[in-house]
Design a protein around this ligand. Structure first.
Ligand code: GLV
Length: 324
């Protein structure tokens, strides 16, 4: 009997691929460019599993042509790149890589908070370019972090891990989410659930941890930015389209808010040119989960999800059990 086939659409940490080889024929696209949709459809023909990345746009028109595919195993916790209902309709399972990146992503969100508040990137550029000639009382002064108010939108795994870090800085934590935390978790995090408006009005730092869905597209736009304090800093380690980037550029230009720390953008890898002209932003190329250990484990988890399906088992990180 021929071995089942697995397509890996783009370079991953390669060690886990060896887990597949005894059981599968592996078509590994060992490239950083990934596959254009047409080629992906072509190469997925006859494959049981596709190991995809967040750069693969697996919309309904692509999914409908994935003949014979039983599982799409995304190397990410977010899966807005995949039309899950379309996959479910075709009986294709979809998996992600949750949990492993929770703490790593929260670390980076906090790094962005600290870098933005204390102007770390500007300070580095200042010293590195030889501009430092004397100590001054107000040289590169920034904002305190300790004892300030943190607003967390989306109190899921990553939002909670982020809020837990804030406790070490004696911060007051507000959160907004459609679901309330259990009272014991709320008290462990010393977090208070408030409305979207109250969170925007009261917070010194507003951090986004909501998934991208139709309801969260441009969740932060001109109206929301207008409610924020002029001293507030916006942090986005969720997904770019959660923020209306043009509105954010306007607000930053006009100093209606003080700054932003952004790891994600509306049209990655493009960055709104307005953001590149500003000094009150800290920008990163979608690396919040990028520790070596976490990215290795994400590669491995996606492969494990694919392998489980190839072997007729339920994958550990199944998102659409109704497709079983
Ligand atoms: C990264 O953005 C992820 O969703 O894992």
């Amino acid at each position: 009997m021929p071995k089942p086939k697995v397509l890996i659409t783009k370079r991953i940490y390669p060690e886990p691929i060896e887990l597949l080889r005894p059981h599968c024929e592996v078509d590994y696209v060992n490239s950083d460019d990934g596959l254009p949709p047409e080629e992906l459809v072509e190469r997925a023909r006859g494959c049981t599993a596709v190991v995809s990345q967040l750069t693969d746009r697996l919309r309904a028109d692509v999914i409908e042509r994935l003949d014979g595919v039983r599982v799409i195993a995304n190397v990410a916790v977010g899966y807005d790149n995949i039309d899950v209902p379309a996959a479910t309709a075709r009986g294709i399972l979809v998996t992600n890589t949750p949990d492993v990146l929770t703490e790593t992503t929260a670390d980076f969100a906090f790094a962005l908070l600290m870098a933005s508040a204390r102007r770390v990137v500007e300070a580095h550029a200042f010293v590195h370019s030889g501009q430092w000639s004397r100590w001054l009382i107000d040289l590169l002064v920034g904002q305190d972090i300790h004892h300030r108010t943190l607003g967390v939108f989306g109190m899921g795994r990553i939002g909670q891990a982020f809020a837990r870090r804030a406790r070490g800085f004696a911060m007051k934590v507000l959160y907004a989410d459609s679901v309330a935390l259990a009272p014991e978790v709320e008290s462990e995090l010393a977090a208070r659930r408030v409305s979207k408006e109250e969170l925007l009005r009261e917070s010194d730092f507003v951090s986004l941890h909501v998934p991208l869905m139709p309801e969260t597209k441009h969740f932060i736009g001109a109206a929301e930015l207008a409610l924020m304090k002029p001293t507030a800093i916006l942090l986005n380690t969720a997904r770019g389209p959660v923020v209306d980037e043009a509105a954010l550029v306007e607000a930053l230009r006009e100093k209606r808010i003080a700054g932003a720390g952004l790891d994600v953008f509306e049209e990655e890898p493009k960055v709104h040119p307005g953001l590149l002209e500003l000094t009150n932003v800290t920008l990163a190329p979608h690396i919040a989960s990028a520790s070596v250990a976490t990215r290795r484990r994400m590669s491995e988890m996606a492969v494990e999800n694919a392998l489980a399906v190839v072997q007729g088992q339920r994958p550990p990180n199944l998102l659409n059990p109704e497709a079983l």
